[in-house]
Design a protein around this ligand. Sequence first.
Ligand code: AMP
Length: 456
Amino acid sequence: MAAGGGEGQAAEPEAAVEPEVAAMEEPRSFKDLGVTDVLCEACDQLGWKMPTKIQIEAIPVALQGRDVIGLAETGSGKTGAFALPILQALLETPQRLFALVLTPTRELAFQISEQFEALGSSIGVHSAVIVGGIDTMSQSLALAKKPHVIIATPGRLVDHLENTKGFNLRALKFLVMDEADRILNMDFETEVDKILKVIPRDRKTLLFSATMTKKVQKLQRAALKNPVKCAVSSKYQTVEKLQQYYIFIPSKFKDSYLVYILNELAGNSFMIFCSTCNNTQRTALLLRNLGFTAIPLHGQMSQNKRLGSLNKFKAKARSILLATDVASRGLDIPHVDVVINFDIPTHSKDYIHRVGRTARAGRSGKSITFVTQYDVELFQRIEHLIGKKLPAFPMQEEEVMMLTERVAEAQRIARMELREQGEKKRSRNDNDDDTEEAIGVRNKVAGGKKKKRKAF
Ligand code: AMP
């Protein structure tokens, strides 16, 4: 169960938190929300014709200088909801090291930085991404240039605050915590506390989260001043245009069912969630052996490989991305058509985040959750959380069974490849490997340092 025991519970409004801002009747323009012309133009250039619901609620409040707790589902335009007020404040009082955005994952940090750059390019905004897995020296140089906005994962930021000469955040004006409940679940609490100690108390704090645990409320007390809660949906909901299905199957035929579904829905782009790095890697190998263009993304890959995988998938050079929950939150991959929960999520809230990878920004999408004989209870918890019973995905069992022989052969080869990769890795004492290259030959430096890395 998630830290704080908040799993599955809707947040109780805090006494200090003002009631939700009433939802506006009509969609408005960014200009109506008080966004300045140059930023309205930037939105226009990104193709953002109208503000999204969370933007309608959060932007005016943030522009008034209030602290915000934004509760919004994934793909709701959360980044714009905090980036626009920050950029506008920056225009009014230009200053270096103006805003800090904390995010739980490295990929999310890069994605947020892209939106800051896109919205802020015409006003000359510089941002720096400070995340683990990347050379500290180049980050120190980037920090020495004093960017306007820093987007960081907490651990690496603390590292720089403690070790990079001349770097401090004493003049900071804005702090954003994105996916805040995850920051807590991932044991970032100590780092976050350290960061809060070295930034000014007199600042604006914007806290965004799709789900809210009691623990986040603890954090609100520590960091927010008289915040306004802007909720697009206060219940745990999944987006309206998402068709959600399950399949109930024997565990030993999971691979065959996966192949069947990939064939049935051929032509779509897929994100397949697995529970462990090892199973992600194995399944990627299996699918590649069967001729699918599949690519893995998990915490045992180097940061460069992770970004490489993500970019290949984003550029549609690969149609199947297999991932652990490292990719379940916040990543903006607009063309995901189908999310497959190959391994059912253990925390039901992760279900919401995973299926939030599809049906984003008004598009439609499908999700299919694999439920084996071992997963029934977890699945019931998910149905309880989302408040509905899901339909079964229609399948022809006989056609699945016709696949088993080919799949078994591909499984055998995948197991062999996985073993070979493991052996190579051990002999190189280097854990920066992944499926893409591991299948081919790899000429690499021996004796690389073994890094301690949080893998999930
Ligand atoms: P986010 O929830 O911040 O990850 O945003 C999800 C996607 O919606 C991103 O691709 C944004 O570029 C896009 N987006 C954000 N705001 C708008 C808007 N007002 N109109 C259209 N698309 C938007």
